[in-house]
Design a protein around this ligand. Structure first.
Ligand code: MOS
Length: 735
């Protein structure tokens, strides 16, 4: 099905099932520990062996000698895989770093060997006996030091690396009110609960891989390229995923090494990355340096806005492009943005929840707060004055929907924004300084081809099959709701099967495109099934109504199951969006409000309340959508206050590579969160008239926290995370 123009009225609009906050249908499996995660396919796998990954002990250089004699003699060891033993491997297009290194080492903890043994403990113990000698080469590990040598990437997601509109330099120089600020965000880790894990089993030249991956088809294609085998010989299975946040978008070492290990051991092999290996072996969100210049008239209108962004990656490949945030968000005739990426020899930088926009918002939304203060304007008001209904860098392309103003206004009312003291550090409650902060949220909501198969059996059970993944987001539930709505059956009569490459290729889960795209694919398949059913039962598919397990038209009705003659009826289709993304800017908007208390003596920061107001088209399930947003808000608090990959600039690795050293918020850190969704649909986005919220929810949060801290203390911190050592010196007199 081609989606070409605005969606008209369709069966989803009934919202008998869609739009309801129903519980996750996979919830009981997860809470009872019976959902099979990648490492847990005990019943299907006979006599698995266990692989332990050895990570490189240097950041850059070569392996001079790899002595595995003691490893091979250790109890229980079956085989050892190295780059040498694996033979020539190809490379999928989506990995930057090589997944099995040696002799050349590209980054610290790059996998250099897999020890396969009868038990996990034996594999791990044997791995300690490897004697590896390296020749270290000097590397570059410091973004700040490499900044001036950084180069311009060919492009960034969704646009060119640099843009220039009007005459920024003159407009900025002549603006009556100006800000020139530099902001930094550190490297961050996805730190999802479930580690990267895979079980591989070969039958002849066919590979089955149970894994934990957000994008089934990308994983399958890239694994085929890496192993130099046909993609059709690979089956990837990933029905439950314990979090990804972008860290599981691509093929990683666990999957490749499980496949190689199983081939060498001639039996199934299980590989999970240990937590201390994950931080340096996999990917992370790159650190950024962002310079923002804003010039405005005394009336508060922005006339010039400039955003320069530096980040680093292995081989200088991929930019974390904060400029994406400032390009479409605020009006202003004269604009410039530049993106530079430095070649660093740290582990691979890549996508993490709202790549580019999360760090972009961390910088821009503090700058906007600073500008509002210079202009003596309320920061909500300043944002509203500079709202725009067209993409300021592409005026010919309208936003499909843009309700930033409504989000800000509604949020301000709901949060009691009027209680914010305009003068910082003036509100006290005992020893605590109280502050309120706000930030605008923005994130694109791309659409992408997504296919599904729908089966109807003689009992009237509807089964949906698609390789879509549920990374803890609620895909099972919203897909079931979509099929129930389309076929007119109760939710209990829908079975959803996901995360298997033998099912039709979906959008997968990433870039907050999954909910809207994958349900639209299910919609398309259901339209086809409705047509088939109507034809077989003598109804007009356009006129008929599907309700209560029946197809109805005029005075006639028939049970859906009557159409099923030989076991089941099957329909398959894909939604395709063509150039929709070029014609409209499909984006989501929101506003974040935060109240903090900062201890006047210790500068300890406590979050007190958080509110997000989101505009994201039709909300398919308010319960799972809220869950996405509160998770994202929590992650934004982590980025604001705690998360930082500490770089050892001598040896080139992330020092805090475990969950003791890499801190993320816990329940006690987040006492109160509220999420409001604007009542709306977006007919230009898809037949579902929906969008994504999983990444919108994090964008702006960290800046809202930083702005609240400023409001509480009068201390402006431009380098994340905002830890108390950065606040102490400037704190007002304690009382
Ligand atoms: Mo997202 S960073 O595309 O999982």
């Amino acid at each position: 099905m081609k989606f070409e123009t605005a969606a008209g009225e369709n069966p989803i609009d009934r919202q008998a099932v869609v739009g309801k906050g129903v519980d996750r249908i996979d919830g009981p499996l997860k809470t009872t520990g019976t959902a099979t995660y990648a490492f847990e396919w005990h019943e299907r796998i006979t006599r698995p062996a266990y692989g332990h990954v050895i990570g490189a002990g240097i950041a850059k250089g070569r392996i001079v000698s790899l002595d595995l004699a003691y490893v091979r003699q250790a109890p229980g060891v079956i085989t050892v895989v190295t780059a040498q033993s694996a033979g020539p491997l190809g490379k999928g297009g989506r990995n930057n770093a090589t997944l099995l290194g040696g002799p050349v080492i590209e980054h610290y903890h790059q996998a250099v060997a897999l020890v396969v043994a009868e038990t996990l403990e034996q594999a791990r113990a044997a791995a300690q006996l490897a004697r590896i000698q390296y020749a270290r080469e000097p590397g570059t590990f410091d973004l700040d030091a490499e900044k001036d040598g950084a180069t311009r990437p060919d492009s960034i997601t969704g646009g060119p690396a640099d843009t220039a509109i009007g005459d920024f330099a003159t407009a900025f120089a002549e603006a009556p009110v100006r800000l020139d600020g530099t902001y930094t965000t550190p490297g961050q880790a996805h730190a999802m609960m479930e580690p990267h894990a895979s079980i591989a089993a070969w039958e002849g030249d066919r590979l089955t891989l149970w894994t934990s991956n957000q994008m089934i088809d990308w994983g399958k294609q890239d694994l085929a390229k890496t192993l130099n085998i046909p993609a059709d010989n690979i089956r990837l299975i990933s029905p439950y995923i314990g979090g990804g946040f972008g860290g599981k978008l691509f093929l990683r070492a666990d999957a490749l090494l499980a496949a190689l290990g199983a081939r060498a051991a001639k039996r199934p092999v299980k590989v999970a990355l240990t937590r201390p290996l994950m931080f340096n072996n996999t990917t992370h969100r790159a650190a950024t340096i962002q310079r923002i210049r804003i010039g405005a008239g005394a009336d508060g209108r922005i006339v010039a806005i400039g955003h320069e962004n530096w980040s680093g990656d292995l081989n200088g490949l991929k930019a974390e492009a904060g400029v994406r945030y400032s390009r479409p968000l605020y009006a202003g005739a004269h604009r410039m943005s530049t993106t530079r990426v430095a070649a660093l020899d740290l582990p691979e930088a890549n996508a993490m929840r709202a790549p580019s926009d999360a760090p972009g918002s961390m910088a821009l939304e503090i700058a906007i707060d600073e500008m509002a203060e210079k202009l003596k304007l309320d920061p909500v008001e300043f944002r509203i004055i500079n709202d725009t209904l067209v993409d300021p860098e592409k005026p010919e392309r309208a936003f499909s929907e843009r309700h930033l103003k409504e989000c800000l206004n509604q949020g301000a009312r709901r949060f009691g924004w009027h209680r914010r003291a305009a003068e910082p550090a003036t509100r006290r409650e005992g020893a605590w300084l109280i502050g309120l902060g706000v930030a605008a949220a923005f994130r694109d909501s791309p659409v992408t081809t997504s296919a599904a198969r729908v089966r109807l059996d003689g009992r009237g059970i509807v089964t949906v099959e698609t390789d879509m993944t549920d990374i803890g987001t609620g895909s099972y539930t919203i897909i079931a709701q979509t099929a129930a709505e389309m076929m007119g059956v109760p939710l209990e009569r829908v079975v959803v099967r996901l995360g298997d490459s033998s099912f039709p290729v979906s959008s997968g889960s990433g870039g907050q495109w999954g909910a809207n795209s994958s349900t639209s694919g299910v919609y398309a398949a259901c339209v086809k099934l409705r047509e088939n059913l109507a034809r077989r039962l003598g109804f007009d598919a356009e006129q008929a109504v599907f309700e209560d397990g029946e197809i109805r038209q005029g005075g006639r009705r028939a049970a859906l199951s009557e159409a099923v003659v030989d076991g089941e009826m099957i329909a398959e289709d894909a939604i395709e969006f063509g150039d929709l993304d070029d014609r409209y800017k499909l984006s989501t908007f929101g506003a974040h409000f935060v109240e903090v208390a900062v201890h006047s003596a210790t500068a300890e920061v406590r979050i007190r309340r958080m509110l997000a107001v989101c505009s994201a088209g039709r909300i398919l399930n308010p319960k799972t959508a809220r869950s996405q947003v509160i998770g994202a808000m929590t992650m934004g608090v982590g980025a604001a206050l705690m998360e930082e990959l500490a770089v050892d600039k001598r040896y080139g690795f992330f020092v805090n590579h475990d969950l003791a050293g890499y801190e993320v918020p816990v329940h006690a850190d987040i006492p109160h969160q509220e999420v409001l969704f604007l009542e709306e649909t977006d007919p230009l986005s898809s037949p579902m008239k929906a969008k994504g919220v999983g990444e919108l929810g994090i964008c702006g949060v960290s800046a809202a926290v930083a702005n609240a801290i400023y409001n509480a203390t009068g201390v402006r911190v431009r380098d994340y995370p905002v830890t108390l050592d950065k606040l102490l010196e400037g704190m007002p007199e304690a009382i």
